[in-house]
Design a protein around this ligand. Structure first.
Ligand SMILES: CC(C)(COP(=O)(O)OP(=O)(O)OC[C@H]1O[C@@H](n2cnc3c(N)ncnc32)[C@H](O)[C@@H]1OP(=O)(O)O)[C@@H](O)C(=O)NCCC(=O)NCCS
Length: 392
């Protein structure tokens, strides 16, 4: 197999569902912008050189339906010959898209591809607009449709993750993110045009475009005391709150992948190679434990030891599951989510896998780590994990 080189990996900021900067910006606009930005940042590569654009999306309907991978790549100005697809594996969709796009390059079927992700949780709610669980199956196997918040409660209860531990983890995520924002560490963010509608005196609205260049879910003012006071969000007697859960978010991200011949021919400067990607299944009612199975499976495949991984991006769907997985695996938290995670930065479902890839690439560059691992849990009871090796 050939190598799949990650040439460029970028993201829009992540902005709060309904309350944030992208609440009036359509997902196609976010995605087409970031696809075009990835191309602009890749000198010498022409849009016609890209073979296919694969885009992760967890709820591909309404504004982000109709094969948004194709629609947004056409909006971004790719020629009609460049194809597009939408990929869904819920929270790992963006990473799944990058892995599928990389496999095309590895197999020799394509020389250059793009993998990415998009989710507007403002435009399309989690669960979709018209959820319709199967009537008989859902009676006997209700856990397949369980609320994600309850799975986080199950992990906390079954594996003794206390409210205090969850709040402390959430506090650290917020503090790391606040420091990274102040220190301008998010080099993977591309300042992104957003839309707002201003009400005029005559009652009509005027459309205005502005540039959003930061993740607006970060709460610099977070204190442990403030987190302790929040009421449980999913169960009256529970420990999972709005403060120690991932935020619902809008965003998009894109990664350009190329084979070695193209890298050499065009003089591209790849950041890393995608070495391995895998998924592992677990009980749906504790889907948050997914990384606990996916990461060891990945490292075994790759024949790489945990201690040799320099940086991790592990999605903070909930503090309870992120803490449990890292604790059981014996991962040093100092290597995890260096600039904060989804508790502070948000979790735009189908975009997250692509967003975390962009962040991991930036962190592998800044730390010089040889190996980086990206992982997340997935609704329905799964985990996904990918191993990247930095290019010298
Ligand atoms: C938990 C959840 C229901 C909360 O939703 P929400 O009420 O819209 O959340 P918000 O971020 O608006 O926070 C609500 C309030 O909590 C408080 N709060 C949240 N984070 C806080 C913090 N760090 N410090 C202090 N207060 C905080 C604030 O009062 C906030 O209200 P404000 O924004 O008006 O100040 C929602 O974020 C959720 O479902 N998350 C999980 C999503 C999910 O399941 N994803 C898939 C995972 S597999």
């Amino acid at each position: 197999m050939r190598d799949a080189y990650i040439v460029t990996s970028v993201r829009t900021p992540g902005c709060r569902r309904n309350k944030g900067a992208f609440r009036d910006t359509r997902p196609e606009d976010l995605l087409s912008f970031i696809l075009d930005s990835a191309m602009q940042q890749t000198k010498n590569l022409a849009k016609k050189d890209v073979d296919d654009v694969m885009i992760g999306c967890s709820f591909p309907e309404a504004e982000q339906g109709l094969n948004i991978g194709r629609v947004a790549s056409q909006m971004a100005g790719f020629p009609v010959e460049v194809t597009g697809a939408t990929v869904n594996r819920f929270c790992s969709s963006g990473l799944e898209a990058i892995a599928l796009a990389s496999l095309r390059v590895m197999a020799g079927w394509s020389d250059v591809t793009i993998g990415g992700g998009v989710e507007s949780m403002t435009y399309v709610p989690m669960g979709g607009s018209i959820p319709r669980p199967h009537p008989e199956f859902s009676k006997t196997q209700a856990d397949n449709y369980i609320s994600m918040g309850l799975t986080a409660e199950n992990v906390a209860n079954r594996y003794d993750i206390s409210r205090e531990q969850q709040d402390e983890f959430a506090y650290n995520s917020q503090k790391k993110a606040a420091a990274a924002k102040a220190g301008k560490k998010y080099t993977e963010i591309v300042p992104t045009p957003a839309v707002r509608f201003n009400k005029k005196e005559d009652g009509t609205f005027q459309k205005e475009t502005f540039i959003q260049d930061f993740d607006d879910g970060i709460r610099e003012s977070t204190t442990l005391e403030g987190l302790t006071k929040l009421r449980p969000a999913f169960s009256a007697t529970g420990s999972v709150t709005a403060g120690n859960s991932s935020q619902m978010t809008d965003g998009a991200a894109a990664t350009i992948i190329a084979c070695e011949e193209k890298v050499k021919e065009l003089g591209l400067k790849p950041v890393a190679k995608l070495k391995y990607y895998t998924t592992a299944g677990c009980r749906p009612d504790e889907m948050g434990v997914g990384p606990l199975y996916a990461i060891p499976k990945l490292l075994k495949l790759a024949n790489v030891e945990l201690k040799d991984v320099g940086v991790f991006e592990i999605n903070e769907a909930f503090a309870s599951q992120a803490l449990y997985c890292t604790r059981e695996l014996g991962i040093d938290l100092a290597k995890v989510n260096l600039n904060g995670g989804a508790i502070a930065l948000g979790h735009p479902l189908g975009c997250t896998g692509a967003k975390l890839c962009a962040t991991l690439m930036a962190n592998m560059k800044s730390t010089g780590a040889r190996y980086g691992v990206e992982s997340m849990c997935i609704g329905g009871g799964m985990g996904a994990a990918a191993l990247f090796e930095r290019c010298e």
